[in-house]
Design a protein around this ligand. Structure first.
Ligand code: SF4
Length: 410
C-alpha cells in the first residue's frame, strides 16, 4: 500500500530499516522442525512460552503424542511455571526428549540483577539467550479505598530503542533487536515470581517502541489476556508515534488503552524533543488518534513529559488544549514531571509550575492527571539500569555468575 502523502521518508524510515536489519542479523537461526500451525520465531530454538493451548495440543499431536499432553504443557508453562523442559515431570520422558530433539525450549531467561526502591517498585534485568539485557519493572499499588492491591508490569518490547528521544536513557543506549513474543511474556512471569503476586495491569512502556515490533507485542498481549487472564482493559500500549501503525492497531479492536507520547503541543518543538516526529506531522498523528477512539471506543491517553523551561509554560498548556480539541472527545492527559538522567541537559520543573500547567488545562475542560513519581524513577529512569550494566548493548556481555539474581535495595 502506498504511504499517505503526509508521511515523509526521513529519520523514522531509517530507524524502521535499522530495526528490520538488526532483527534479521541478531541471531543466526539454526533450522529446527516447526510443527504445523506454529510459525517460525526466528531464533535458534523454538520457545513454548507464549503458545496457546490449541497450539500446544497441536504440537503434542505433531510429535506423536495425544492431544491432552498439550494441555499438560499448558499447565506446566502457565500454572507450574516450569523453566526448563527437563522439569516437565508430568509428561513421558520420550515426549520431553522429542521436544528437546526438535529444538524446543521453555523460553525463560535468568534474572541478572534486580533493584528495589523503598516504595516497593522493583526493576529487574533479564539476561536473554544472546546475553543481551532488558529491563522490566514491577510497580505495586495499594488501593486503600477498595482494600485491594494492584501490581503493574511495565514491559519492554525491544532491546534498546532506535528512536533516540532526547530525554530517554534507553534511546541513548542504542538499539540491538526486537524482542520475540516469549521474551515479552516472560517479563510478566519474572515480576509475578519476584513479588509472589499476580500481575493485574500491563503497560507496554519499557524499553523500545512497541509499534516497531507490533506483531510480537500483539502476540504477547494475546497471551497475557488468554493464558494469564489479564483483562484487555488492564493493558496499555504506548507509542511515540510511528506512521501507519495506530490504524493497524485500531483494526484489531483491542479493548486496551493507547498511550501516545506527545511531549509538545506543536510540531516544531516536538521535533526537538522527539526527533522521529519529523516523519509524522502532529496533525496526522492526531487524526490517527481520533480514528483509534472511533474504532475502539477506548479513550487515548496523551503522555506529556514536563521539561523545565522547554515545554512547561502556560502558553504550552493552552496550545495543547487547542490541539486536543482537534481530537474530538475521548482523551486524557497524563503529565510526567521529568526525572533527570545522567548526562541530560533537561531539568525537572518546580511543583508550582506543574500545578499551573494542570490548572490551565483544567480551565479548558481537559481531564488531566500528574504521574506520581515512584522510588525508582528518581535514580533509575527507563533504560538507565540496563545502560549501567551494558554500556554497549550491541556487544554481547560475558556471563557473570556473581551478578545473577542480586536483589539490591535502592
Ligand atoms: S522514549 Fe520510548 S520511543 Fe523514545 S527513545 Fe525512549 S524507549 Fe524509544
Amino acid at each position: 500500500m502506498a504511504a499517505p502523502q503526509h508521511v515523509r521518508a526521513a529519520p523514522l524510515a531509517r530507524a524502521l530499516r535499522a530495526t528490520a536489519t538488526a532483527t534479521a542479523t541478531a541471531s543466526v537461526p539454526v533450522p529446527v522442525p516447526v510443527p504445523a500451525g506454529i510459525k517460525s520465531q526466528g531464533t535458534s530454538r523454538r520457545a513454548l512460552l507464549g503458545l496457546s493451548e490449541p497450539q500446544l495440543r497441536q504440537l503434542a499431536i505433531d510429535l506423536g503424542q495425544q492431544s491432552y499432553r498439550g494441555k499438560q504443557l499448558h499447565d506446566l508453562l502457565y500454572k507450574s511455571r516450569a523453566k526448563q523442559i527437563q522439569e516437565f515431570n508430568h509428561v513421558p520422558k520420550a515426549f520431553r526428549e522429542a521436544l528437546l530433539g526438535a529444538g524446543w525450549s521453555v523460553g525463560r531467561s535468568p534474572v541478572h540483577h534486580a533493584v528495589t526502591a523503598s516504595d516497593g517498585t522493583t526493576k529487574i534485568l533479564l539476561k536473554l539467550e544472546d546475553n543481551r539485557l532488558i529491563e522490566t519493572v514491577g510497580i505495586p499499588v495499594d488501593d486503600d479505598n477498595k482494600g485491594s492491591s494492584r501490581l503493574t508490569a511495565c514491559v519492554s518490547s525491544q532491546v534498546g530503542c532506535p528512536l533516540r528521544c532526547s530525554f530517554c536513557a534507553t534511546g541513548k543506549g542504542g538499539f540491538a533487536r526486537n524482542l520475540q513474543p516469549h521474551e515479552i511474556v516472560e517479563q510478566v512471569l519474572a515480576i509475578e515470581e519476584t513479588f509472589k503476586h499476580r500481575v493485574t495491569n500491563v503497560v507496554f512502556m519499557g524499553m523500545g517502541e512497541p509499534m516497531m515490533n507490533l506483531k510480537s507485542v500483539l502476540e504477547a498481549h494475546q497471551c497475557f489476556n488468554k493464558e494469564l487472564k489479564i483483562g484487555q482493559r488492564m493493558m496499555t500500549i504506548s507509542t511515540v508515534g510511528v506512521p501507519n501503525t495506530i490504524k493497524m492497531l485500531a483494526s484489531h479492536k483491542l479493548q486496551s488503552t493507547l498511550a501516545v507520547s506527545l511531549h509538545a503541543p506543536n510540531q516544531k518543538l516536538r521535533e526537538t524533543i522527539v526527533p522521529s516526529a519529523k516523519s509524522y506531522p502532529l496533525g496526522a498523528l492526531m487524526d490517527d488518534c481520533k480514528s483509534y477512539f472511533l474504532e475502539t471506543g477506548r479513550r487515548v491517553s496523551f503522555e506529556y513529559t514536563l521539561l523545565a523551561g522547554i515545554n512547561d509554560e502556560k502558553e504550552h498548556a493552552e496550545e495543547l488544549a487547542e490541539l486536543l480539541r482537534m481530537c474530538g472527545g475521548g482523551y486524557h492527559v497524563n503529565l510526567i514531571p521529568y526525572n533527570p538522567i545522567e548526562g541530560s541537559e533537561y531539568k525537572r520543573p518546580y511543583r508550582k509550575v506543574v500545578q499551573a500547567f494542570v490548572d490551565a488545562l483544567e480551565a479548558r475542560k481537559i481531564t488531566v492527571s500528574v504521574r506520581r513519581t515512584r522510588g525508582l524513577d528518581a535514580n533509575a529512569a527507563c533504560g538507565q539500569l540496563r545502560n549501567e550494566f551494558q554500556k554497549n548493548p550491541l556487544l554481547e556481555i560475558e556471563p557473570s555468575p556473581s551478578t545473577e539474581r542480586t536483589l539490591v535495595a535502592a
